[in-house]
Design a protein around this ligand. Sequence first.
Ligand SMILES: N[C@@H](CCC(=O)N[C@@H](CS)C(=O)NCC(=O)O)C(=O)O
Length: 224
Amino acid sequence: MYVLHGVHDWGSQVIHMALAELGVPFHFNALDFQAGDLDAPSFRALNPFGRVPVLETPDGAIFETAAILLYLGERHGGLAPKLEDSDRARFLIWFIFVTNGLHPAAMTLLHPERPGGEAAQRAVADETHGLLQGQLAALEAVAATGHWWLSPDRPSILSLYVVMLLRWIKAFPAYADHSIASQDYPALHRMAKGIETRPAIQQVLAAEGLSGPVFSNPDCETAD
Ligand SMILES: N[C@@H](CCC(=O)N[C@@H](CS)C(=O)NCC(=O)O)C(=O)O
């Protein structure tokens, strides 16, 4: 059985959703960041960087979100185009774009002090806010063309990843005026609404203590 090490409502959520959608047996090991669980030697043995998600598999412990998602997609099928599918290359382009571009930019919107220290954080956040809007516009254009892997009707490792990031950039920016609503990107918004109402996803969200429009319209939790 897979064991997913994660923190509720953190980046492990996308793996949690992928496992639930695949319908494979797994155990979610909820870690407590405040209690120092991510620094425990037993966890560092699984991921030397002390970060979630980590998935224990028959092939060993895997970290890095993209590596875990691609592993699950290839091992089980159903959540990504197959090697022989003609849209596999296009899917890979946008998957790598999200893991290399959108994900780090979303992290910087939440933690703009990390790249350059506190003195630069407002300027970093302003620049990242603009960057993210451009990235989302590019992704919106792809979603609007109707690929199943960025659609409301059938989840993929890419769409699950994107909706989690849509939540972060609406709900948790360092500055409230940087909160980006998915409504500004209609195809991505429809996708978020479709995914958050799926039974398997509802179960994951309930297990993580979440309800309502978690991806399509979460409240901004940043104080003004
Ligand atoms: N590139 C890594 C990033 C992992 C990451 O930064 N995880 C965050 C949670 S979303 C974490 O564990 N942070 C703990 C810390 O910074 O100490 C991935 O995609 O898995």
